[in-house]
Design a binder for this molecule. Structure first.
Ligand code: NAP
Length: 342
């Protein structure tokens, strides 16, 4: 999530750009291309330190120097090991005036998922659920279609379209037979992930039927039960009984360089994520419907938090109408996120 602007030597806007996709040109390159000759003697303002290594694209520092930029304003240094201050040093040693730290807090917040992946090897975890006014995510018979209204479902599809993976537990595959695609497609095609220690997945379901076209990964401690899934194109990742944990799943997704993942349920998987303090960002849709039932599931299973004083009090919470529902969005408190990454 990087943006850049170029100001000409008179301080007038000459070019703008942003990093549009993984592996594609960086923000600086687009901004310099649109500014053309007006970049000479001008200023480049960018939210992340320009890169200085040959990755999927050539170093941005080369492009900045070739364009004749005189001053670079960087919001934050890039902690990526192959950059880590190197881009700033190269520009300075070439005589460019480099300032670091303008809107640094905003840039850190914008890039929080990327920074978490670099720091912990785990992706940024979004949790989403839709619940009734009486706090249920399904009826007493396990039905959950549909709790939220059309507009909320459109928002969920938009959210899916910016994820690298969408995770569900076995119970959700059994109860809902979900497809877990973004419709319409978004910027990314998320990999669909099922977490099941038992491996007791249905023989026929939409995820398995579409696994050749849209990737599916199943994490399990009973891979022998899922040979049919592998034959149908799903990747079955075998973990031992003792290694089977949500953290092991997230570590593997991090190794795949997944930055944002969305846990969509159900109560078992979301509960184990909250118990592990693994959730960074919450997206909750509350529908003004009441269904009751002592046996009807609430969003978070797991062990839970025994003392009210220890409840996760979300940061930066917003409430927005979403059709007839309310969309509540917030972040896990920093203390909880730091504890999880220790
Ligand atoms: N309203 C909503 O937003 C929403 C969204 C999704 C689902 N739902 C509803 O939620 C219900 C399903 O919820 P659920 O709690 O029964 O099932 P679930 O959370 O989808 O799946 C639970 C299963 O996932 C596996 N699992 C979860 N955490 C694990 C961990 N840390 N390590 C290993 N395996 C783990 C286990 O599978 P094994 O037993 O194989 O080990 C566990 O039994 C359905 O009624 C569905 O309709 C509602």
């Amino acid at each position: 999530m990087v943006g850049a602007v170029v100001l000409d030597a008179n301080g007038l806007l000459a070019g703008e750009g942003w990093h549009q996709k993984f592996g594609g040109p960086h923000a600086e390159v687009f901004a310099l291309q649109t500014a053309r000759e007006r970049a000479r003697g001008g200023t480049l303002i960018v939210t992340l330190e320009p890169c200085c290594h040959h990755g999927k694209t050539p170093p941005c520092t080369d492009a900045v120097l070739t364009a004749g930029i005189a001053r670079v304003v960087v919001a934050m240094a890039d902690p990526f090991p192959k950059v880590a201050g190197g881009g700033i040093a190269i520009l300075r040693s070439a005589g460019v005036n480099v300032e670091v730290g303008l809107c640094e807090a905003e840039s850190i917040s914008l890039n929080a998922p990327y920074l978490k992946l670099l720091r912990t090897g785990r992706p940024w975890v979004h949790a989403k659920w839709a619940m009734t006014l009486d706090g249920k995510i399904a009826t007493c018979t396990g039905e959950s279609k549909w709790i939220s209204g059309e507009e909320s479902r459109v928002r969920v599809h938009a959210l899916r379209g910016r994820m690298d993976a969408i995770l569900v537990g076995r119970g959700t595959v059994v109860a809902d037979d979900p497809l877990l695609t973004a419709r319409p497609a978004g910027a990314r095609t998320p990999v669909r992930v099922v977490v099941t220690a038992s491996g007791d997945l249905p023989v026929q379901c939409q995820l398995r039927a579409t696994a050749r076209d849209i990737p599916v990964i199943v994490y399990t401690a009973n891979a022998q039960k899922l040979e049919g899934w592998a034959d149908d194109g799903a990747e079955v990742v075998a973990l031992s009984d003792t290694a089977m944990s949500l953290d092991a799943v997230l570590a593997d997704l991090g190794r795949r360089r997944f930055t944002n993942v969305l846990i969509e349920g159900g109560a078992g998987l979301l509960g184990s994520a909250c118990d592990a303090r693994a959730v960074d960002e919450f997206h909750v849709f509350v529908a003004p419907k009441v269904i009751g039932g002592a046996g009807a599931l609430t969003p978070l299973g797991g062990a839970g938090i025994p003392q009210m004083a220890d409840a996760l009090a979300l940061d930066r919470v917003t409430f927005e109408p979403s059709g007839g529902d309310v969309y509540v969005h917030g972040f896990a408190p920093a203390s909880s996120r730091e504890a999880a990454s220790d």
